[in-house]
Each structure stands twice: as structure tokens, then as C-alpha cells.
Design a binder for this molecule. Structure first.
Ligand code: AP5
Ligand code: MG
Length: 212
């Protein structure tokens, strides 16, 4: 039986980097609301049109819309044995809705992994982030270089411009950070220092604190 895990941390803390690897090795799905929104944006769906303004300005998509999408996703068969939520919840109302939704099914979040990285490090990381549009793999020109043969096809995220990164950090501190205490009160919070070490070391730190 896998775990039901949420990844917490500022934009650029490494939630996606770690969640992809954890999901692969644990054999459970990685569910990123940011990835879902960006896929809809790229494909020009009605949802994509609805969320574009929020993503490009670094604001949060409204809670109810986001929660409905996640609730739908969690009811799919591949979520029966656990999953890793990345970028959700990111407000107290979202966290409370998730708790209520799971309680209705006799379930709960078993681990909230909080990757802690200071703001100073975030801006440098995000300006050097690149991703593979085909596989979704995330790289960093400075800290996690991509294989040279795919360098030409890599893309940069629209919201990684410095002014948008500042807006995302502000949104994070005002609206998302309080849910760290929420999961603390539920007794499932796992704090992981996320700076001054590469992705492999951070991954080891996460495995060290996750329940068996
Ligand atoms: P989302 O896609 O979730 O973005 P985010 O939270 O801003 O987080 P990031 O994806 O930027 O960072 P990450 O922590 O995943 O870091 P990564 O692993 O890539 O959300 C985007 C937008 O969608 C939001 O602004 C909002 O509008 C909307 N949205 C999404 N969910 C929502 C919700 N629930 N409610 C409302 N709105 C929502 O790593 C970053 C970089 O650092 C990479 O280049 C990586 O290679 C590098 N790196 C990783 N680890 C290390 C390390 N240890 N050392 C050095 N570099 C590292
Ligand atoms: Mg991410």
C-alpha cells in the first residue's frame, strides 16, 4: 500500500523534482495542479483559457475550481494505492476541502513533506529552470543540467520571469505558508531542509523522514 502524500514548499523549492522521482520509485501517481493547468493552457481548452490570467500573474486559481479538478482526479482508479499531490493544497480552504473529501471516503493524508528553501535561493533557481515539453522532466542550467542532446527542445516557463517569481513568492507567503501549521496540527508534517544540497541528497532526506 502506497502513501497519500502532499508536497509543500515555496515555488522553486523542488516539489516537482522530488515528486516525479518519488512517484516513479513508489509506483504511485504524481498529481501536479500546475502541470494540469499548463497542459490545458498549451492545448487551448476552456479550462486553459479560464486559468491563463492567474498563472501568468502568479496568482492562485480560485479554490473551488482547483478542488473540483483534484477531486475528479483522486477518484480515478490509479489513485487507489496512494499518490503524491504537488502544488495542492495551497490555501487553508483547499486543505480543509481535501481533508473533508478524504474523510468522506475514510481516508486521510499520511505525510506532508515540506521542502524548506529560503527566498534568496528561489529566484536564481527559477531563472535557470528548463523543462522537456515531451516528458515533463525538469532541469536546471546551473544545478541540474539537461543531457546535451535534448538542449534544443527545452522550454522556459512563462511564469519564471523575475517579476512573476516575486508575485508567486508573495502569494506563497500570504496564502500557502499557513497550511504548514495545519498539517503540523494533524501530526503528519515532515520538514526537510531543501537548500545547499543537490536533488539526490534532498531525495535521501525525504526517504529518511517518510513513514515506512
Ligand atoms: P506550480 O506549477 O505548482 O508552481 P510552483 O508552486 O510555483 O512551484 P514550481 O513548479 O515553480 O516549483 P517546484 O517546487 O516544483 O520546483 P522544481 O522541482 O521545478 O503552480 C503554477 C501556478 O499554477 C501557480 O502560480 C497558480 O497560478 C497555479 N496553481 C497551481 N496549483 C494551484 C492550486 N492548488 N491552487 C491555485 N492555483 C494553483 O525546481 C525548481 C528548479 O530548481 C528546477 O530548475 C530544478 O531543476 C531546480 N532544483 C530542484 N532541486 C534543486 C536542488 N536541490 N538544488 C538546486 N536546484 C534544484
Ligand atoms: Mg513544480
Amino acid at each position: 500500500m502506497g502513501l497519500r502524500i502532499v508536497m509543500l514548499g515555496a515555488p522553486g523549492a523542488g516539489k516537482g523534482t522530488q515528486a516525479v522521482r518519488m512517484a516513479q520509485e513508489m509506483g504511485i501517481p504524481h498529481i501536479s495542479t500546475g502541470d494540469i493547468f499548463r497542459k490545458n493552457l498549451r492545448e487551448g481548452t476552456p479550462l486553459g483559457t479560464q486559468v491563463q490570467g492567474y498563472l501568468n500573474s502568479g496568482a492562485l486559481v480560485p479554490d473551488q475550481l482547483t478542488c473540483d479538478i483534484v477531486a475528479d482526479r483522486l477518484q480515478q482508479a490509479d489513485c487507489a494505492n496512494g499518490y503524491i499531490l504537488d502544488g495542492f493544497p495551497r490555501s487553508l480552504p483547499q486543505a480543509e476541502m481535501l481533508t473533508r473529501f478524504l474523510a468522506g471516503r475514510g481516508e486521510k493524508i499520511e505525510a506532508a513533506v515540506n521542502i524548506d528553501v529560503p527566498d534568496e535561493e528561489i529566484v536564481g533557481r527559477l531563472s535557470a529552470r528548463r523543462s522537456d515539453p515531451d516528458t515533463g522532466a525538469v532541469y536546471n542550467l546551473k544545478f541540474n543540467p539537461p543531457p546535451p542532446e535534448i538542449a534544443d527542445k527545452l522550454i522556459q516557463r512563462e511564469d519564471d520571469k523575475p517579476e512573476t517569481v516575486q508575485a508567486r513568492l508573495k502569494t506563497y507567503h500570504e496564502t500557502t505558508e499557513p497550511i504548514i501549521a495545519y498539517y503540523g496540527e494533524q501530526g503528519v508534517l515532515l520538514n526537510v531542509p531543501g537548500s545547499n544540497a543537490g536533488p539526490d541528497e534532498i531525495y535521501r532526506r525525504i526517504l529518511d523522514v517518510l513513514p515506512a
